[in-house]
Write a protein that binds this ligand. Structure first.
Ligand code: HEM
Length: 116
């Protein structure tokens, strides 16, 4: 059971890496585009994160405050991706601040996970 949970944690980290990595690629290329990979990364983080938050019969000690805040931040990131993606489709200008918020909030979630 422990090993299975560790595998889900690795999947959760893959989701984080996919979301943050695809955002970073845009930054390095001086673009502010929302890409499909960002949505995939977010979805993987969410599904694996919810699975990790379930009781696994292990003696893992949950900090539900921390999990709740991470969930709220993830929903905000999802809303930003949705808003930016819709504007992008219409060919409208994307506010750089909103694009930057996606990366900063993703990093904030990782920091909360590790430091708190
Ligand atoms: C963009 C969103 C997210 C990012 C970047 C993220 C990042 C991380 C990272 C880096 C860890 C590893 C921490 C460590 O092992 O020290 C972690 C663990 C964890 N995450 Fe997330 N996370 C996100 C969303 C979520 C969501 C939405 C949930 C639940 C609803 C969640 C639940 C958990 C749990 C329960 C763990 C702890 C696993 C353990 O050590 O037992 N995460 N997360």
């Amino acid at each position: 059971m422990e090993t299975l949970r560790d595998i889900v944690l690795v999947i959760h980290l893959v989701g984080f890496a996919t979301l943050f990595g695809s955002w970073l690629v845009e930054v390095v290329n001086r673009r502010t585009q929302v890409t499909r990979l960002m949505h995939w990364g977010l979805a993987i983080s969410l599904i694996a994160g919810l699975a990790l938050s379930a009781p696994w019969g292990t003696d893992a000690d949950f900090n539900y405050m921390k999990i709740g805040i991470k969930l709220v931040i993830l929903v905000i990131i999802g809303a930003l991706l949705g808003i930016l993606g819709a504007r992008q489709k219409r060919g409208a200008q994307i506010a750089p601040a909103l694009f930057w918020a996606v990366g900063i909030l993703t990093l904030a979630n990782a920091a909360i996970a590790v430091i708190w």
